[in-house]
Design a protein around this ligand. Structure first.
Ligand code: ATP
Ligand code: MG
Length: 263
């Protein structure tokens, strides 16, 4: 059995979400799962006040509930990464509001926004962003240490997260000593470590072979089913098939938001 498979065996102990969609009448279902992420008419203009402002997001409204994995698709430049940055509090909307776990990001100071991010949001960036001077396990420990938990506990959780993504044996390597796909898995472990409930992943399977990519999708799905909510940018319709819904972005607008065909 590979490390990845072993990691997934460990995930089998995870509970399924406590709340399921509730049937109302014969056809309709009312979804009573709490909303973990809400975007209300979000606009983001890059370079406002310059000669060529870019309207990266134009009035995007979106809800992601606990237990939901939502795929974001769309052409290059359509605003997918901007959407994830804004949803995770890394960037502020020019107008509109973002509410994470009941907290409106617009009203927070920079410091409170950073705290909310550390506590609630796990982020896999399009460009990895591992710290080159830290080993794999230290990279994964970092957000938890910033949360204020002790080093021993942070190390234990980081090793468990590395094991989940099948790279436990690379814990003491530096990023430059790992392949692109291995670094990607460490970045995913860093996003999943601890009790983060909103997982944002920007093409997390980009540097991975198809089997490992599939394994990572299974892991994201399991985390979401265990009570998180996920937003996943992908160009790959096979990976989007793991999601409950697909949101299609075009020129910074939602052009479609529908259940994945067959779900
Ligand atoms: N910091 C910035 N300053 C100015 N323009 C920006 C900035 N970041 C993004 N943009 C512009 O905003 C638009 C949306 O960019 P974004 O990175 O969100 O697209 P994307 O859908 O993620 O594309 P890709 O699939 O290529 O990653 C693009 O036109 C891009 O050039
Ligand atoms: Mg992008």
């Amino acid at each position: 059995m590979s490390d990845v498979q072993r990691g997934f065996e460990d995930m089998s102990s995870i509970d399924t979400p406590a709340t399921e969609p509730v049937a109302v009448g014969s056809e309709q279902t009312e979804d009573r799962r709490p909303v973990l992420l809400r975007l209300e008419e979000v606009a983001r203009v890059h370079g406002q006040g310059t000669a060529v402002p870019v309207h990266a997001l134009n009035g995007v409204s979106l809800e992601v509930r606990v237990g939901e994995l939502v795929a974001v698709m769309g052409p290059s430049g359509s605003g997918k990464s901007t959407l994830l940055h804004v949803a995770g509090g890394l960037d502020k909307p020019t107008s509109g509001d973002v509410v994470v776990d009941g907290v409106s990001i617009g009203g927070l100071s920079v410091k409170s926004r950073a705290a909310l991010r550390r506590r609630s949001v796990g982020y896999v960036f399009q460009d990895l962003n591992l710290v080159p001077a830290l080993t794999a396990v230290e990279n994964v420990m970092l957000p938890r240490e910033l949360d204020g938990i002790g080093t021993r506990q942070a190390r234990k959780e980081a090793r468990a997260a590395l094991s989940e993504v099948g790279v436990e044996d690379l814990a003491d390597r530096f990023p430059e000593e790992m392949s692109g796909g291995q670094q990607q898995r460490v970045a995913i472990a860093r996003a999943l470590v601890g009790p983060r409930r909103l997982v944002l992943a920007d093409e997390p399977t980009g540097a991975l072979d198809s089997l490992t990519g599939e394994a990572i999708m299974r892991l994201l799905r399991a985390r979401v089913d265990a009570g998180a909510a996920g937003l996943l940018v992908t160009h790959d319709s096979q990976h989007a098939a793991w999601a409950d819904r697909v949101v299609l972005l075009r020129d910074g607008k939602v052009s479609d938001d529908a259940p994945f065909p067959g779900r």
